[in-house]
Design a protein around this ligand. Structure first.
Ligand code: ASP
Ligand code: MG
Length: 288
C-alpha cells in the first residue's frame, strides 16, 4: 500500500478536486490510503470562529457562515442537487452550529477540537464523494474511529495499540481508505486534534499501521529545498536525502515536513516523497 496526503494548499476549490481525481485515475490498480486535510485556509478560519465564540464578540455566526459558504459553493460546482453529499455535509455543519448556539460551558481546548475538526471532515466528505462518482474505489472513513487518542485536546497523543487494531479492521474491508488528517478521537467519541500541520503525521501513522511501502505528500512545492523556494534566495532542490538530513532541515526551521512524521517513518524505514500536485510526472524529493 501507498499512503498519499493532500493538504489544504493543493485542495482548495472545485477545480483542484477534479485535478485530484485526474491524478488518481491512473492509479486505479494500486492499493492506496488517502489522507486529506482541511481545504485552503479553513483551519485558520475555524480558529477565528472559536475565538469569536469564546470572546462573545458577536462575529462567530458570521465567520462560521463564511466557512460553510466556501464548502457549499465548492460542493455546488461538483454535485447535483439530489446528491447524498448534502445530507453528509449538513450533518457535519449542524454539529458545530449547535455548539455555537449553546452557551459557553466547556473548556477552550476541548471546544477547539470539536470545532476545528470540521475542516478535515468537510474536505474529506467532498473529496471522497467526488472520487466515488468518478468511479474510483474509495471508501470514506471517519479517522476518529481509527486513530484513537487520549484526551489531551489540541495536542492529543495517539494510542498505538488500539489504533493499530482499528486500522487493521478497516484495511480488511478492501478498497482505498480515504480519511482525515490532523484529527483523532477518544474512546468516548470526542474529537481530538494532533497539533497544527498534523496531517503529515496522520499520514505517517497510517503508513506505520498499514506497513505501507511509502508515503507521498502532494504539495504546492516540487520537493524539498535547501531553503524556502517561495522566497527570493537561490535555493537548490534536494532530490534524495536521509531521514537525519531531513530532520536537520526541519530543526533549522523549515516547515516542509512534520517532525514526528519523520521520526516515525525513520523507525520503520518507510520512504517519504514530497511531490508537486500540479505535476504528477515529477518525482520530487525522497527521504529514505
Ligand atoms: N488543517 C490543519 C492545519 O492547517 C492540519 C494540516 O494541514 O496538516 O494545521
Ligand atoms: Mg496544512
Amino acid at each position: 500500500m501507498q499512503v498519499f496526503k493532500f493538504g489544504g494548499s493543493v485542495i482548495n476549490d472545485a477545480a483542484s478536486v477534479r485535478a485530484l481525481a485526474e491524478l488518481l485515475r491512473g492509479l486505479a490498480h494500486e492499493d492506496l490510503a488517502i489522507v486529506v486535510s482541511a481545504m485552503g485556509k479553513t483551519t485558520n478560519a475555524l480558529e477565528g470562529v472559536l475565538e469569536s465564540y469564546l470572546t462573545a464578540d458577536g462575529l462567530a455566526t458570521e465567520k462560521f457562515a463564511s466557512v460553510k459558504g466556501y464548502h457549499l459553493e465548492i460542493a455546488r460546482e461538483l454535485f447535483p442537487e439530489t446528491h447524498p453529499i448534502w445530507i453528509e455535509l449538513n450533518d457535519l455543519l449542524v454539529e458545530v452550529e449547535w455548539i455555537l448556539e449553546d452557551e459557553l460551558h466547556d473548556e477552550k481546548s476541548y471546544l477547539y477540537d470539536q470545532i476545528v475538526c470540521l475542516g478535515e471532515l468537510l474536505a474529506s466528505r467532498i473529496v471522497a464523494a467526488f472520487l466515488v462518482d468518478e468511479g474510483l474505489p474509495v471508501k470514506w472513513y471517519d479517522v476518529r474511529g481509527l486513530l484513537i487518542t487520549d484526551d489531551s485536546y489540541t495536542k492529543a497523543l495517539v494510542n498505538l495499540e488500539v489504533s493499530a487494531k482499528r486500522c487493521k479492521e478497516a484495511r480488511s474491508a478492501g478498497g482505498w481508505i480515504l480519511t482525515q488528517g490532523f484529527i483523532g478521537g477518544t474512546v468516548d467519541n470526542n474529537s481530538t486534534t494532533l497539533g497544527r500541520e498534523g496531517s503529515d503525521y496522520s499520514a505517517a501513522l497510517l503508513a506505520y499501521f498499514f506497513a505501507a511501502q511509502d508515503v507521498t505528500l502532494w504539495k504546492d512545492v516540487n520537493g524539498i529545498y535547501t531553503g524556502d523556494p517561495k522566497l527570493a534566495d537561490p535555493v537548490e532542490r534536494l532530490e534524495q536525502l536521509s531521514y537525519d538530513e531531513a530532520l536537520a532541515i526541519v530543526d533549522d526551521g523549515a516547515k516542509v515536513i512534520h517532525r514526528d512524521a519523520l521520526t516515525l517513518l525513520r523507525g520503520q524505514k518507510i520512504p517519504l516523497y514530497v511531490r508537486p500536485f500540479v505535476d504528477p510526472t515529477d518525482q520530487g524529493s525522497v527521504i529514505a
